[in-house]
Design a protein around this ligand. Structure first.
Ligand SMILES: [Zn+2]
Length: 331
């Protein structure tokens, strides 16, 4: 049964689309023409990571420098953005708006002043830990510690600067501390409900509810091992969306596909170089891990209409919910 008059295809074409996190391995040498994968399927804004705790902060800066250079030289189809006004303009001009995120506070090298450097260079979303504990926070594959004093100072400084506070990859206690501490909405940019699929990277009802209470958004992750048994079907993606929506409401759900187009990066080599970050028993050794892709979005919209969601709710999932968070966080 449907309660919307607009066709799924027209709704998707007309809607503003926000992908809160790309899963591309951050590397200064990577060819960012891969961003066309998002532009070609109608995504309007993408956050792409320039670093994570596995690499040192110098490599994060090198990646930032390289990505900035590429984006600033490709202004016909892409726009490096820092504000919602920038995104609106890019969308009107048919460009993919891009800003950066960093997965874990090792990128600060223990110095909180690095936050303003990253902000000035285009970072608009930061995660506290990447799977393992660091000097700021606990990771989801480590002992469940809370935020450290340094981590608390980071939350306040991110709120002040205008960087979206992101709880994905962090431990239970750290996420609850972050959400209690932040004066701005908090997101899980790419995390799925553990009630639908058991995985340490997925999140509990308690975390989903606390996130919604901050006014935040949970971005559904497209990685097959976080959705199900390496299952990337639209049906399964819909299951995750419906679950979170039933729990906290449609205004708290979005997409963070964590998607990587086919690139010449041997993921096996990366994983085996630091097995501590991707521990055994968590299915990271699944052969040929699949991804639900942003190009599935038109089919997902069709499914959402079939589930009975109205046009406003679907526009919220596609982009307006994350845009609301940015409007409250980036100022
Ligand atoms: Zn991630």
């Amino acid at each position: 049964m449907t309660n919307t008059s607009i066709s799924p295809a027209d709704l998707y074409t007309d809607a503003f689309v926000w992908d809160a996190h790309a899963g591309v391995f951050p590397d200064p040498a990577i060819d960012l023409n891969l961003l066309n994968s998002w532009r070609d399927c109608g995504v309007n804004y993408l956050s792409i990571n320039v670093g994570f705790d596995v690499m040192d902060w110098q490599q994060t800066l090198k990646t930032l420098a390289s990505y900035r250079h590429w984006l600033l030289s490709q202004t016909e189809h892409f726009a490096l953005v820092g504000t919602l006004e920038d995104i609106t303009l890019a969308t009107q001009q048919g460009k993919l708006a891009v800003s950066f995120d960093i997965e874990g506070m090792n990128a600060l090298n223990g110095d909180i002043n690095m936050l303003s450097i990253y902000h000035a260079l285009g970072v608009r979303q930061m995660l506290f830990a990447y799977n393992l504990n660091n000097d700021a926070a606990g990771g989801c594959h480590d002992s469940d510690i809370g935020l450290t004093d340094f981590g608390r100072d980071i939350v306040h400084e991110m709120n002040r600067l205008g960087i979206i506070v992101d709880c994905s990859h962090a431990s239970l206690h750290t996420t609850l501390d972050i959400m209690a501490e932040s004066s701005k909405p908090v997101v899980f940019s790419h995390s799925n409900p553990v009630s639908i699929w058991q995985h340490q990277r997925n999140i509990l009802n308690q975390q989903i509810k606390a996130c919604a209470q901050t006014g935040g958004v949970i971005g559904i992750n497209g990685m097959g091992i976080f959705l199900g048994e390496n299952d990337v079907s639209t049906r399964t993606v819909l299951k995750h969306i419906c679950y979170v929506t039933e729990l906290v409401g449609a205004e708290h759900v979005g997409f963070g596909f964590d998607y990587t187009p086919n690139v010449e990066v041997d993921i096996g080599i990366i994983l085996s170089s630091r097995p501590d970050y991707w521990p055994a028993g968590q299915r990271y050794d699944t052969p040929e891990i699949k991804h639900a892709e942003p190009s599935q979005l038109p089919e997902i919209v069709e499914g959402l209409i079939g589930c009975g969601f109205d046009e406003n709710e679907i526009r919220g999932f596609l982009g307006e919910n994350f845009r609301r968070v940015a409007s409250l966080s980036w100022t």
